[in-house]
Write a protein that binds this ligand. Structure first.
Ligand code: ZN
Length: 440
């Protein structure tokens, strides 16, 4: 196979200010009331499709998807609680987290004690509104700051939820960047959360921006970007693309990419897939980074890594979902995600894709003793030639390990040197006729 060197690739359009660009996009997505179905998902896809072309799909309510069925479509217009004094206590217009996502419509007058059984709070974080869903249980409810509920006097409350739950469809979008081969890299982000910034406006905005930057880049792999509601969306894609799924060689689920936490990676179910090794190599050089073994709890990697597929798909996050106090609360807002952290996540993703694109297995054509580098003008490189990017140690490691059994990533793992230095060294040596591709 023809190998692509890193220098042969177009770079992402500009990483200067890319954090601001991602943040600005997340800011546009943030106010929309999304759910697993409904117009919020479509509005979000509208905005994402300004960045990249999206193939959009609508799957009708009632469609069977493996063991799941597309639920009724949910849309909400307004919701409020009005107190005994006629004042509005809770208003969906102030925050879309106020309503339990997928709430049934309701209108009625209730005494406080009865109303309270429909109100969710966070007593430990009394100022924050929790995020709750009831996708698969027919009920209605509100989410309110605990301290606000504490101030509600006894009496009768007027509750009104103007929502509809009816036959419709499940929407999702995908974008394919075609590479030289049909083998694919899947990048997947969930699109079903309402006004929560890190989980997962950050993932949607980062992936759309990354997809846009990839347009300029000639790649070996094809890159499939999937923007789908959590669980049911990835199951929908898998059930409609069983053959296509067999083409996936690498994959990442992305979420929570904008907070100040160190980067983290959860391995695929396989645990030793190429993506697991590439992520481990990149994060191994990041301060405080966490590598976590696979577990069947989390986001859509649960579906991609279900035993019927067992795809090499891991999860890239900064702070791990469920472990930070802002998670699934109104504190997961646009201040919680910062351009510099989004930019850092973008850089890490770029480095991983550089490895996937740039890995190859060199064969030393002059393996008996070290080749004489001086007569080939490579001695200067040993002193550290800035233009080549190849360091002396990288040249020596590549020459030594190029017995046809080590790819550049394997060399990086064994030597502890950055992949990019080894790739630069290998290119330099190949240009001087000292290396061939062991698997042409
Ligand atoms: Zn979530």
């Amino acid at each position: 196979m023809e190998h692509i060197t890193l220098e042969g690739l177009g770079r992402p359009s500009s990483s200067i200010g890319v954090g601001q660009e991602i943040h600005a996009l997340a800011e546009r997505l943030f106010p929309i009331c999304r759910s697993i179905t409904g117009d919020g998902v479509r509005q979000t896809l509208d905005i994402l499709s300004e960045q990249v072309d999206l193939d959009r799909h609508e799957i009708p309510t009632g469609t069977q998807l493996f063991d799941w069925t597309v639920p009724k479509e949910w849309n909400i217009h307004s919701a409020s609680i009005i107190g005994p004094d006629g004042k509005t206590v809770v208003d969906f217009a102030d925050s879309n987290l106020h309503i339990v996502n997928y709430s049934l419509p309701f209108k009625g007058i209730l005494p406080l004690n009865e109303l309270k059984s429909h109100i969710h709070t966070l007593p430990e974080q009394p100022q924050l509104i929790p995020y709750r869903t009831s996708y698969y249980a027919a009920t209605w409810g509100f989410c309110v700051a605990h301290e606000r509920v504490a101030t509600m006097p006894d009496g009768l409350y007027l509750v009104e939820i103007d929502a509809e739950l009816k036959d419709g469809s499940l929407a999702y979008g995908e974008h394919l960047h075609r590479g030289q081969t049909e083998r694919e890299f899947l990048l997947s982000a969930h699109i079903c959360h309402p006004s929560l910034a890190n989980d997962n406006c950050s993932g949607l905005a980062l992936l759309a921006t990354f997809a846009k930057s990839l347009k300029e880049r000639k790649t070996r792999y094809s890159y499939r970007f999937l923007f789908a509601p959590g669980t049911i969306g990835s199951i929908a894609w898998l059930s409609r693309n069983e053959d296509q799924a067999r083409l996936i060689d690498h994959g990442l689920v992305l979420s929570c990419l904008g907070d100040a936490g160190s980067p983290s990676y959860k391995r695929s179910r396989r645990g030793d897939a190429f993506i697991d090794r590439a992520m481990a190599h990149v994060l191994g050089r990041e301060a405080g980074a966490k590598l976590i073994d696979f577990s069947p709890y989390g986001y859509d990697e649960r579906q991609y890594c279900s035993p019927g597929f067992d795809l090499p798909v891991g999860m890239f996050q900064r702070s791990v979902h469920g472990t930070f106090p802002e998670y699934h609360t109104s504190a997961d807002n646009l201040d919680f995600i910062r351009p510099e952290h989004l930019e850092d996540s973008f850089r890490i993703l770029t480095e991983v894709i550089d490895i996937v694109e740039g890995d190859w297995t060199p064969l030393n054509l002059c393996p008996k003793g070290e080749p004489q580098l001086g007569k080939r003008g490579l001695y200067a490189a040993l002193g550290g030639q800035p233009s080549s990017g190849a360091t002396s140690m990288a040249l020596l490691w590549v020459l030594n390990l190029a017995d046809g059994r080590y790819s550049l990533l394997s060399m990086a793992e064994r030597s502890g040197l950055p992949f990019r230095e080894l790739a630069a060294a290998a290119r330099l040596l190949a240009d001087h006729g000292l290396l061939a591709d062991a698997a042409p």
